[in-house]
Structure formats: C-alpha cells, structure tokens
Design a protein around this ligand. Sequence first.
Ligand code: HEC
Length: 128
Amino acid sequence: MRFILALLSFLLFVLNSYSEESLGKRLFIKYSCGSCHDIDRKVVGPSLIDIAKRYGSSEKAIEKVARLIINPEPSNWPGYAYMPPFKIPLEEAMALARYVLVEAPKEAQKKKKKNSLEEDLDLELQMH
Ligand code: HEC
C-alpha cells in the first residue's frame, strides 16, 4: 500500500513539474486573452478546446490561427461578439496560436488526469 501511495505522489510530482509556462502561455496572460477565453468553457469568446477542434494542430493551422489573432474574422464564429485585433508581431501570434491549438488541449487533459489522481490519493489516505 505504501508503495502505491509513493508511486501516486511521484506521479503527481511529475505532472506538476510539467506545468512550466511556455512563451505562448506567458503571452496569453500578458495580453489578457483569458478575460474572453477559457480552456474548456465558452466565455465571451469560444473555448480554446473548441478552437483547437476546429483547426487541428498542424503547423499550417498554427500559422492560419496566428493570422486570425492579428486580424480576426468574426464571421468564423457566428453568435459571438467580435474579437479585437491584436497588432502584435507574427512570431508572438504564432506562439499564442501554438498555445491555443497544441498546449491548452494538453493542459486540459493533464488537469483531468491530475484531478482523478488526486481523488484516488485522497481515497487511499482515507482508507488508512
Ligand atoms: C474582448 C474579448 C476577447 C479578447 C481579449 C480576446 N478574444 Fe479571441 N475571440 C473573441 C471572440 C468574441 C471570438 C469569436 C469571434 C471572432 O473571432 O471575432 C474570438 C476568437 C478567437 C480565435 C478564433 C479565430 C477564428 O477566426 O477562428 C482565436 C484563435 C482567439 N480568439 C485567440 C485569442 C488570443 C490569443 C487572444 C489574446 C491575444 C484573444 N483571443 C483575446 C474574444 C476575445
């Protein structure tokens, strides 16, 4: 039993240490994208998961979405408000697009895994 607990703690540690922030995530925070976009919930704008589902995660998709961050096309998302254009360098927009299409969906999955691991760990601790 102790071994399983140690193993679970170790896994949690590994999952946590993965959460070092990328350039894309830091820019996402810097430009307050999060005031309109949540990872898995529709807010003012579509959720990052919904955007990732629409475009996929290829290099081509990353560049396309980078250009849409600089020059939004509200007609792509009927029923939503308009996203303001961000006059930022293409490299920054690429990092942001990579965060939206590649990193955020992974982050969501990790969060799910971590939550269920933490629940398991709580259960284990309660039983002893
Ligand atoms: C004031 C609210 C607001 C902010 C701030 C905002 N967005 Fe948006 N975003 C929206 C809305 C609304 C839409 C959907 C309608 C549209 O595209 O205009 C959208 C759409 C998008 C899309 C999909 C584009 C498409 O055409 O498919 C991406 C990608 C995106 N946002 C990324 C970002 C990033 C990255 C930031 C920060 C640099 C950001 N947004 C900041 C409101 C916002």
